[in-house]
Ligand binder design. Structure first.
Ligand code: TRP
Length: 338
C-alpha cells in the first residue's frame, strides 16, 4: 500500500517516552517509514515544535524535550539519510501555507476539533468559562497540522486514534481549496491507523500514561527500570496455584516486548503453576533490557553529541524546503492570480 507514496509523521516533543510510547508508537512509526522507503516511497518525519509551544512555555524545558525526542527517533532506527527528518520550525513556508489555508478553513471545523473540545469540557467541569486558558494556537492547531501534511503532498499519515480527526480536517481543507479553484492543487491525504499495535498497560494495570504515574521508563538506567518492573501489580497467590496468564499484568506487559515463543513460555509456566511472580518479573526485566539495549546506547550517544543531531536536522530541513517552496508558490500564484 505504500508503493511510491509519501508518508508523513509528526511528533510533539512531550518529554521522555515510556515503554508504551516506544513499542506502541515510536517503533511502529519508524517501521512504517522503512516500509514506505523500501517500496519506492518517501518518508517525512518531523518534530512538531511549533505545536508544542501552545502548551510548553518554558524554553529550557522545551529545548530539552526537543533534544530528547530527536535522539529517541534516531536511537529507534530512523535513518536521516533516507527519511527526511526535520524540525517544523526550520520550514517557515509551513506558516505562509497555514495563513492561506485559514481562508479556506471554516471556523466551525475548529470548534469541532477534539483537542479544543476536550479543553472546553475540562473548563466546564472545573466551573470555569469555556475558553479559559485556551490560546489561539490550540484552537487553530488542526490548520497548522493540515499545513504540515499538505505542504509535502502527503498521501498517507500514520496516526493513533486520537489524530484521525485531524487528518480528516486536513483532507476537508484541501478539498475545499481544490473545489474553489476546480483544480487539484493540494493532494488529499488519508490516514493510516495501525490496528494491531501494542497498547501496553502500566504498572497498576491502567493504560501506561505519564499522567497516571504508572510508567516503565525505557531511556533510563537499569536500576530505574528495575524498580518500575518490580512495582508491577501482582497478588498474593502462591506460585503453585495455576493462573490464567491473561489476568496477570506482568504477562500482559511481557507480551508487548518479548518474542511470541517467549511469551508462550511464560503463559505455560503461569498456567501450570511453575513460575512465581519474582521469576516473571525478572523475565520481564530481561526482555525490556535486551529489547532496548542498542537503542539506549545510541540514545545516550546522541544526547552527548547533540551537535551531530543538529547537523542532521539542518540537512533534513534543507532537503524538505524545496518541496515546501514549490507548494507555497503554487498556492500563492493561485490565490493572488499571478
Ligand atoms: N498532532 C500530532 C500529535 O499530537 C502531531 C502532529 C503535528 C502531526 N503535525 C502533524 C502528526 C502532522 C501527523 C502529521 O501527535
Amino acid at each position: 500500500m505504500f508503493e511510491n507514496k509519501t508518508i508523513l509523521t509528526g511528533v510533539k516533543p512531550t518529554g521522555t517516552p515510556h515503554l508504551g510510547n516506544y513499542v506502541g508508537a515510536i517503533r511502529p512509526a519508524i517501521r512504517l517509514g522503512h516500509e514506505a522507503l523500501a517500496h519506492g516511497g518517501r518518508h517525512y518525519m518531523f518534530i512538531a515544535d511549533y505545536h508544542a509551544i501552545n502548551a510548553e512555555k518554558d524554553p529550557e524545558v522545551l529545548n530539552q524535550k526537543i533534544k530528547e525526542i530527536a535522539c529517541i527517533y534516531l536511537a529507534g532506527g530512523l535513518d536521516p539519510s533516507k527519511s527526511v527528518f526535520y524540525r517544523q520550525s526550520d520550514i517557515p513556508e509551513i506558516h505562509e501555507i497555514t495563513t492561506i489555508l485559514y481562508a479556506y478553513t471554516p471556523k466551525g471545523l475548529m470548534n469541532k476539533s477534539h483537542a479544543y473540545k476536550a479543553s472546553v469540557d475540562k473548563n466546564r467541569e472545573a466551573g470555569k468559562p469555556d475558553d479559559d486558558g485556551i490560546n489561539m494556537g490550540l484552537y487553530t492547531y488542526p490548520t497548522l497540522m493540515a499545513a504540515d501534511i499538505l505542504t509535502f503532498n502527503t498521501d498517507i499519515v500514520p496516526v493513533g486514534r486520537d489524530q484521525v480527526q485531524h487528518v480528516e480536517i486536513a483532507r476537508d481543507i484541501a478539498g475545499a481549496f481544490n473545489a474553489h479553484y476546480q483544480k487539484e492543487l493540494l493532494k488529499l491525504p488519508t490516514y493510516y491507523l495501525e490496528e494491531n499495535v501494542a497498547v501496553v498497560p502500566g504498572i497498576d494495570g491502567r493504560k501506561m500514561s505519564k499522567s497516571y504515574g504508572n510508567v516503565i521508563p525505557v531511556f533510563a538506567d537499569d536500576s530505574v527500570i528495575k524498580k518500575a518492573v518490580f512495582s508491577v501489580k501482582t497478588d498474593s497467590r502462591p506460585m503453585e496455584e495455576p493462573k490464567n496468564p491473561d489476568e496477570i499484568l506482568v504477562y500482559e506487559i511481557y507480551k508487548s516486548v518479548a518474542a511470541p515463543e517467549k511469551a508462550k513460555e511464560m503463559a505455560d509456566g503461569l498456567s501450570q503453576g511453575k513460575l512465581g511472580y519474582g521469576h516473571i518479573k525478572n523475565m520481564l526485566l530481561d526482555a525490556i533490557l535486551s529489547e532496548i539495549k542498542d537503542a539506549r546506547e545510541k540514545y545516550n550517544y546522541y544526547m552527548a553529541h547533540y551537535n551531530e543531531v543538529e547537523e542532521m536536522l539542518a540537512a533534513g530541513a534543507a532537503k524538505a524546503r524545496p518541496t515546501a517552496q514549490e507548494t507555497l508558490k503554487r498556492l500563492k500564484d493561485t490565490v493572488f492570480g499571478r
